[in-house]
Design a protein around this ligand. Sequence first.
Ligand SMILES: Nc1ncnc2c1ncn2[C@@H]1O[C@H](COP(=O)(O)OP(=O)(O)OP(=O)(O)O)[C@@H](O)[C@H]1O
Ligand SMILES: [Ca+2]
Length: 562
Amino acid sequence: MANLSEDNGEETPLQVRLNGVATFIGMVGLSVAGVVLGVLAIRYFTGHTKNPDGTVQFRAGTTGLKQGFMGAIRILTIAVTIVVVAVPEGLPLAVTLTLAYSMRKMMRDKALVRRLSSCETMGSATTICSDKTGTLTLNKMTVVEAHFIGTRLDPCDDVRAISSSSAALLIEGIAQNTTGTVFLPEDGGAADVTGSPTEKAILSWGLKIGMDFNDVRSKSSVLHVFPFNSEKKRGGVAVQSDTGVHIHWKGAAELVLSSCKSWLSLDGSVQPMDAQKRNVYKKSIEDMAKSSLRCVAFAYCQCDIEKIPKEDIADWKLPEEDLTLLGIVGIKDPCRPGVRNAVQLCKNAGVKVRMVTGDNIETAKAIALECGILDANGVISEPFVIEGKAFREMSEIARGEIADKITVMGRSSPNDKLLLVQALKRKGHVVAVTGDGTNDAPALHEADIGLAMGMSGTEVAKESSDIIILDDDFTSVVKVVRWGRSVYANIQKFIQFQLTVNVAALVINVIAAVSSGDVPLNAVELLWVNLIMDTLGALALATEPPTDNLMKRQPVGRRSHL
Ligand SMILES: Nc1ncnc2c1ncn2[C@@H]1O[C@H](COP(=O)(O)OP(=O)(O)OP(=O)(O)O)[C@@H](O)[C@H]1O
Ligand SMILES: [Ca+2]
């Protein structure tokens, strides 16, 4: 959290541009007013300004002080009016109107805008860093493969080959080491499984291999829990039963595998993990990941009762090395239909989509290929595809150099997402980030536009976001880009319109002032023109709906001018 840049009321790209425009117009208005003031004053005081009846207005020596003063005031009024006409007072009105209008319309496209100006910022986005689970995929997970002792269970819920003692250990791990629950209706209907999608998939699989959730949970008692977190990518629990104390771990397969020193064989005996066996497991993880499965491994170890702290059990650090591998499951999470098209739309619009996920790099690659983020014919190697760890360990300069190229980042920790966003911003990108988990909050906060998922998103993620995507779909993210661009285009049109009117009014006034010493439209008339043009113009131009053409242009980014 210390790395987060402070919220210092940073201005959006639009605000910066509008400030520029306003200053420019103000300067032009002021100088024109100055010129007119000068010309009129010189003409007046040198006796070149005449009344309609042909008499000279000001004659040095003859004209009274009061009359001269009134003449000067009249000239000043004209100059001030010119400034008023030049300044586009309607601009804030137009901006707010168009933002508010599109915000209402965006609700229909399943995007809830929390910060008004973010609509427009999204229009200038040059890159979208999306997480995978739930945004690009459906977040509907099922276990489709299971590997034990390097052999694949076929079908994945057929555990007849496994001895009952091994199966019992696995089932204990599934039932106790979970944040989900299983509710069995009394009338014997289908079991109701709750929890995060990953947990649900694993529990449902557990039921299929014969787990009796309540029975298993009543047989042992939980001593201590280490909840799953995205940093460590594993969760553990210590349970005590008649057979002693077991520490169960469940988490990212290759990480859990690397802390295993042995494996549980089919007959229930513990065998040391030699290099060959390790490679067999590694190979099966790789194969599953390559077919876009999320891999979760189960491991456990025995713990001596004496080693358990009597007091301060809350601070107990569960032993996490020297584990015995129980098995690995592969969980399928299909791509959302329509994501491929949405990604293509972004590509056409010059917005680069990047995937930053906590999942295995191979899984990430497979999904990225499936939804078109990676091109099958393109280069699929570092630095385009990178692991969070490799990125994290680089120097800040090196990170900045490769940030632009990174298309897929796998096994990223929450902080890696943040580092990537910061690096991209430094490169001048306008960065949009999508995320659902608490782990995404820092990146959501840091991004120019944070998009949180409405259904699967946690409160923390939503709190840190600017826009909430109500249906969690990447397609809606692209619609937000479309609306953002329309806001930008509408503001552009309004400024164009204003400038035409203002420049015309200014030019006429200057020419008239120089040639005749008077202006054709007096102060009140000018203000009327201003009032009607500004408000009605704003109303008309602010409510223009987006067109498809908007998505064929390149993004405007942070630096280009209005
Ligand atoms: N409940 C869980 N228990 C154990 N391991 C899990 C659990 N959920 C996820 N994992 C493991 O952690 C990895 C991903 O963790 P993480 O939470 O960082 O990513 P994510 O937020 O789910 O993915 P994404 O960033 O794409 O949305 C998975 O690959 C999986 O192996
Ligand atoms: Ca996530």
